[in-house]
Ligand binder design. Structure first.
Ligand code: DLL
Length: 447
């Protein structure tokens, strides 16, 4: 089902005309209302009436996370504070939180794009939605919640965590759709298995997974273990929260960007020059219709590429590929750029390994080292009959040693750099307890 066909199936030329009109209004709006943008546009010699079409976007200044921090908490608002109806914040790993705010129209837009996303993922009015994204300052819980209601679903606001209760509610209420992080979907799947509940006995049909990077390998595991067809939902607080893009359940071939509201560009990470469709780079988004906190060309730091052209679902919205990583989680291991997701896709191809791993980054002298620590499956642990996988045990067992050599060979051949591999027993790697899972342990000294 297409929630807003009048926008989601617009022919490309009409979409560009819509975006052009919206960009013109936006530039005039921020120049009149946001001092930072007024100053930057005039410093760049851009008068708002010189912006005629969406192609002029490349002349506009780029906005970065540091701009939001520098104007913490409300310095970039384009409306009086009394016009706000909602505030969210994302806790960065460093420094102050990034604060974002919404007018009543922004809250309505937030619901609208998430209703679209849910419909893209297979949800229809009348279905029951188990929403296990965190409620609170994080945008995931409330964003999906309003989207579900807007679509005409009943929403169970479970929030993240308390895995036992999640299972009980899923078994008792029999929801059709679940929304959570992909790592938490694996946690729930493991718990269902532990309780002896088969995928066919789980009522769920569709899952919208996002808020953290994941891979096709993880998708296969979640789909098989929960008996669902899962799609990728992408978004970030600065732009709105979840609902910037979502895969359609028909093709699952890239996530359709709600480009009538959020205009995507892909820029070279070093030069910030636009790259061609299909080429990888940093996703940069412009909010074409937001009122409280409109952003010009926001540098997301997320690495992906865009694909245009007809889609099996009938939508014309441009598609973005799975996020490959972030410019800032990129590791440089002996000169080679390594994204955690690349390591993950190699591990996902090894049948003896479970989808639970951690990457330990350390530094000796000036060199970054990466150790990959991955759990073996329970079946494999039983097969080799070993409970503790200490280094000594692995070294003394020919089968384990061969497995480890096969994994490091795969990593070296695919990524082009060798890294140490440690096998973990089932249960040793960190699990998601409801929210985003950080799989990278950084032991490098802070300088
Ligand atoms: O994570 C919003 C969200 C909630 C998206 C629920 C999807 C579902 P933030 O906390 O501001 O917002 O984090 C945004 O998370 O820049 C990406 O690096 C990462 N991210 C979000 N979705 C995906 C995804 C929410 N599907 C940051 N794949 C973004 C990969 C994702 N990374």
């Amino acid at each position: 089902m297409i929630f807003e066909p009048e926008f989601e199936t617009l022919p490309p030329d009409r979409m560009r005309a819509l975006q052009s009109g919206r960009l013109r209004d936006l530039v005039a709006y921020v120049a009149a209302r946001v001092p930072m943008y007024r100053d930057r546009l005039s410093a760049a010699g851009i008068s708002p009436d010189a912006v005629r079409s969406i192609d002029d976007i490349t002349r506009l200044p780029i906005t970065r996370k540091s701009d939001l921090r520098d104007h913490y908490p409300f310095g970039l608002l384009a409306v009086p504070q009394a016009d706000l109806r909602r505030v969210h914040a994302s806790s960065g790993t460093t420094g102050k939180a990034t604060v974002v705010a919404y007018t009543a129209n922004d809250v309505a837009l937030f619901a609208q794009v998430n209703a679209r996303a849910l419909a893209m993922a297979g949800a229809t009015p009348g279905m029951l939605l188990h929403n296990a994204y965190g409620y609170g300052l994080f945008t995931g819980g409330l964003g999906i919640h309003y989207g579900g209601e807007r679509l005409g679903m009943a929403v169970v606001p479970v929030s993240g965590g308390m895995t036992d209760r999640q299972l009980t509610l899923i078994q008792d209420f029999r929801p059709h759709v679940i929304t959570c992080t992909p790592s938490y979907a694996l946690t729930l799947a493991a718990e269902f298995r532990r309780r002896g509940i088969a995928p066919d006995d789980i009522s769920l049909q569709y899952a919208l997974l996002g808020a953290e990077p994941w891979t096709e390998g993880m998708r296969r595991q979640v789909d098989a273990a929960l008996g669902v067809r899962s799609t990728n939902i992408y978004g970030l607080s600065e732009i709105i929260g979840p609902g910037v893009s979502n895969e359609c359940v028909e093709a699952r071939d890239g996530s359709h960007v709600m480009e009538d509201h959020f205009y995507p560009e892909i820029l070279d990470p070093e030069t910030a020059a636009p790259v061609a469709d299909g080429q990888e780079g940093v996703l940069v988004l412009t909010t074409l219709t937001k009122e409280a906190l409109p952003l010009l060309r926001y540098w997301t730091g997320d690495i992906t590429s865009l694909a245009r052209g007809a889609c099996a679902c009938g939508r014309t919205l441009v598609r973005m590929r799975l996020i490959k990583g972030r410019t800032d989680d990129m590791l440089i291991i002996r000169g080679v750029n390594v994204y955690p997701s690349q390591v993950e896709s190699v591990l996902a191809r090894v049948p003896e390994l479970a989808p639970h791993y951690r990457l330990v980054v350390s530094r000796t002298g000036t060199m970054d080292e990466l150790r990959v620590e991955s759990e073996v499956t329970e079946a494999y642990a039983r097969e080799v009959g070993i409970e503790v996988l200490s280094e000594d045990v692995v070294a003394a067992d020919r089968r384990l040693e061969q497995l480890r050599a096969r994994i490091s060979g795969g990593l070296r051949d695919t990524i082009g750099v060798s890294m140490a591999v440690r096998l973990l027993a089932p249960g040793e790697a960190p699990r998601s307890e409801g929210g985003k899972l950080n799989r990278v342990v950084d032991r490098r000294p802070r300088d």
